[in-house]
Design a protein. Structure first.
Length: 314
């Protein structure tokens, strides 16, 4: 029985591979003069190598794979630009993505909404707090969210405002869930968003559980800390007020036109495990906070802590 001839490589294949620095003829190698079994084994090996090489070469092509979601890919490319360049203008991003400025603006605003970007006074986009946030790696957060969810729904329904649950991870707070009010002007859903703890109301309430020296050590001092000496002094003043009154305020510190009041939640051992807040429009916050929002918030905290006293989050 005559051994099959080794499969040759078309010149077009060789040319395409060479454009990626991988001449496929050199991978395949010259025909061997071994036995039929050796040649068949070598042919299978060469064909396997060709498939692997083609897959490797595909990764370096400029075109996205056919299974990619184009809008998601553009969003991820924007994240890469923010990570690698440090700042980004709409015009430059639109040029690199090959799309209109209006489409680029919508993508960047979505990243702002989810905390992956922020915009400065000159309309330049910078990396947001979510860019530096690693996994929380806290196994109990899912149980904590499930326990608090019904209380947040009651709080949102009674206050007709959005209710939020968050935890602190280092210098930031992470929103575990938002129960959005069923009104046309309700504040946004913050589920999954990362915000600076020194700006969010719930974050301040959790920082107030620390001593002043622990707060200073957490944020540091000087340019590398991200907080100026004046901002550090203001933060310490804020957390002192939280310790005195039992709640924290955020008036347009994290989002223009939005204000919130928050308080820390403690487990059965007295340790702060998270915070709950109510957010509303800043223009109606002063008239609602003391008479309505704060009493409802503190009542919700009491209900949650009563449930937490019966379980161990781990």
């Amino acid at each position: 029985m005559r051994a099959p001839e080794p499969r040759s490589i078309a010149p077009s294949q060789t040319s395409r591979a060479r454009t990626h620095g991988v001449p496929l003829t050199s991978v395949a190698g010259p025909p061997s003069s071994g036995t039929v079994a050796d040649q068949r084994s070598g042919s299978r090996s060469r064909h396997s190598t060709l498939r692997c090489t083609a897959a490797w070469a595909w990764r370096f092509r400029s075109a996205t794979p056919p299974t990619a979601v184009e809008s998601l890919d553009r969003g991820l490319r924007l994240l890469q630009m923010l990570r690698d360049y440090g700042s980004l203008r709409i015009a430059d991003a639109a040029q690199q993505l090959g799309i209109s400025r209006s489409s680029t603006h919508r993508l960047l605003q979505t990243l702002v909404f989810r905390g992956f970007a922020v915009q400065d006074e000159s309309h330049v986009y910078l990396p947001g707090p979510s860019m530096d946030a690693g996994p929380a790696r806290l196994a109990w957060t899912n149980n904590f969210r499930r326990l608090c969810q019904p209380h947040l729904e009651v709080l949102s329904r009674r206050s007709r405002e959005s209710a939020n649950l968050m935890i602190r991870v280092d210098r930031n707070v992470r929103f575990l869930v938002t129960v959005r009010a069923r009104t046309v002007d309700a504040t946004h859903d913050r589920d999954g968003v990362v915000m600076p703890a020194n700006e969010a109301s719930g974050g301040k309430a959790l920082l107030a559980e620390l001593r002043d020296d622990e707060v200073r050590a957490l944020f540091g001092t000087g340019p590398a800390s991200g907080l100026s000496d004046l901002e550090t002094t203001r933060l310490l003043s804020d957390v002192a007020a939280v310790r005195k009154h039992g709640f924290a305020l955020n008036v347009e510190e994290t989002e223009r036109g939005v204000a919130a009041v928050g308080t820390a939640i403690h487990d059965r051992w007295g340790a702060a495990v998270g915070a709950v807040s109510v957010s509303t429009r800043a223009d109606r916050f002063p008239e609602r906070v003391n008479g309505l929002l704060l009493p409802l918030l503190l009542d919700s905290r009491a209900q949650i802590e009563r449930d937490l006293a019966e379980i161990d989050l781990g």
